[in-house]
Write a protein that binds this ligand. Structure first.
Ligand SMILES: Cc1cc2nc3c(=O)[nH]c(=O)nc-3n(C[C@H](O)[C@H](O)[C@H](O)COP(=O)(O)OP(=O)(O)OC[C@H]3O[C@@H](n4cnc5c(N)ncnc54)[C@H](O)[C@@H]3O)c2cc1C
Length: 474
């Protein structure tokens, strides 16, 4: 069977956070649930309608954490500030200098969305999460965009950081079925990814060529200059080292980035799947449902996984780069690759979710999905379909993902109901995480509906504590 990405398929590739308190809380919640249902706690959890109205999730937070979250979400509700936060951060950094800027940002926005910089800080954050039933998905937010390319040495340093992430993900007491996120542009230059994306419009790339290069064969890729070819070989070997280090230990979820390089990222990810996913899905790809072509891309990946007999892991997201994608399409007078409305994006998300859940109900060992969203309706829909299709809540084929600092009420409710829930936990210096922080601010503007709810629940928790203190004082 050919492992060539066939030409008709190619255009698809174009867009291709207490501990003991928390444990007691969990135990008492389970006990209450069991008492209500009159059943043994070891019984499988019976389907219960999900409700995300309970501010309990925030009881584990300190006063400072509550006030910080309220403050950050308030800031995110000023569109002008959010739209210009990249510029505001760059300007402030220039005025204050790198160190003072880091000191200012660290206790606020950074601490809300980033676990820290050292292994000790990360482990503290992960232990709290683990005690709440949440699983780790560490993310090293090293990424590059066009014009930011660094040399081979820097990419090798990034490789060392990623391998360290693999080690941390599985070598700690909090490591339960760990996942980690990987940005290919930390290991292969964005310029090369863009060039490959252009080449993919015109010529076939056999996945076996890429697999050969991962296996240290001296492959010559058509269309690339000598230096590009050498860099690609080095990049593929770096990715191979990550695959080898993580297989049977950590699931690697490759991030989707911009449409002008996604096809190359997907090509590389598919080659990694072909090499490492023969028996289980260790390498996963991301599908951004805000893209008009995302469903076709997903269907193409399913076809490829069947043809080449590899297991397919899917991270289903709506997409984080909407503003930039739209501006770029406008500037280049191209058709906007993003759905016209949020509703279209939502339909696409639901449709793709259904496709994957149906497949999983038939082949739970070959197909896996992480429903990576903060949207309560999407989560409820996935849960309802899982119950209808008889998919095991904690079987590992379907899991849920939210970002650190966002929608803890959704994550904790799901975990309390017996689902596999991952928190995406970025870590690194203030400097390395700046682009990530800008995207989170922008995203919290677009998920205003959710944030308002989160803000309401945070406020309810503040009121509850104030009332409790007043009652104590009396
Ligand atoms: C674990 C995890 C991993 C992630 N990995 C990636 C990744 O690899 N790549 C990536 O791009 N993102 C990634 N994300 C970010 C994800 O894309 C955002 O969290 C998501 O877009 C926010 O959507 P939602 O479903 O949570 O919320 P919702 O409020 O339901 O949706 C907001 C999203 O809808 C879309 N949208 C909003 N307005 C419109 C409109 N007018 N027209 C069309 N679409 C619109 C946008 O994508 C916006 O972000 C990840 C998220 C998580 C939780």
């Amino acid at each position: 069977m050919s492992s060539v990405l066939r030409p008709p398929a190619l255009h698809y590739f174009l867009s291709l956070r207490v501990m003991s308190l928390a444990s007691r809380m969990l135990a008492s919640q389970h006990a209450k649930l069991a008492a209500v249902k009159g059943r043994d706690l070891r019984d499988p959890v019976a389907p219960t309608p999900l409700s995300f109205e309970d501010p309990q999730a925030f009881r584990v937070k300190s006063w400072w954490e509550l006030m910080r979250a309220l403050g950050v979400f308030r800031l995110c509700s000023f569109p002008t500030l959010v739209n210009n936060c990249g510029k505001v951060m760059t300007f402030t950094r220039t005025i204050l200098g790198k160190q003072a800027f880091a000191k200012v940002l660290r206790p606020f926005v950074y601490a809300q969305f980033v676990a820290g910089e050292t292994e000790k800080e990360i482990s503290e954050s992960m232990e709290k999460m683990s005690s709440l039933g949440l699983r780790p998905m560490l993310a090293v937010p090293i990424e590059e965009d066009l014009g930011e390319s660094t040399g081979e040495r820097r990419y090798n340093d990034n490789l060392a950081a990623m391998l360290e992430c693999v080690r941390m993900s599985h070598c700690n007491s909090w490591s339960k079925d760990p996942m980690m996120q990987l940005k290919i542009t930390a290991l292969v230059s964005p310029e090369l990814c863009v060039k490959l994306t252009c080449l993919l419009k015109e010529q076939q790339y056999d996945l076996d060529l890429l697999v050969g290069a991962m296996n240290s064969e001296a492959v010559v890729f058509p269309g690339l200059s000598d230096s590009e070819n050498t860099h690609f070989l080095c990049g593929l070997r770096r990715l191979d080292q990550i695959g080898e280090a993580s297989i049977n230990k950590v699931r690697i979820l490759v991030d989707a980035e911009y449409t002008y390089m996604n096809p190359a990222l997907s090509l590389i990810t598919m080659a990694m799947m072909k090499k490492f996913n023969q028996d289980d899905a260790w390498i996963w790809n991301t599908y951004q449902c805000y893209l008009k072509e995302s469903r076709d891309l997903l269907l193409e990946a399913i076809r490829l996984s069947k043809d080449l007999s590899f297991c397919l892991g899917v991270k289903l997201v709506r997409g984080a780069y909407m503003d930039k994608e739209r501006k770029l399409a406008d500037k280049e007078r191209r058709t906007d690759p993003i759905h016209e409305t949020w509703e279209y994006t939502n339909n696409c998300y639901n449709g793709s979710l259904d496709i994957m859940l149906n497949l999983i109900s038939q082949h739970p060992d070959r197909y896996k999905i992480i429903v990576a969203t903060h949207n309560e309706e999407s989560v409820k829909r996935a849960v309802a379909r899982m119950d209808e299709l008889g998919i095991d809540r904690n079987g590992g084929s379907v899991c849920f993902g939210q970002l650190l600092g966002m929608c803890d009420h959704v994550s904790l409710t799901l975990a309390q109901q017996g689902f596999s829930v991952y928190k995406s936990v970025p870590y690194g210096s203030v400097d390395d995480t700046l682009p990530y922080l800008v995207r989170r601010a922008q995203e919290n503007r677009t998920v205003l509906q959710g944030i308002r709810k989160e803000r309401d629940l945070l406020r309810q928790e503040v009121h509850r504590r104030v009332k409790e203190k007043i009652t104590w004082a009396k």
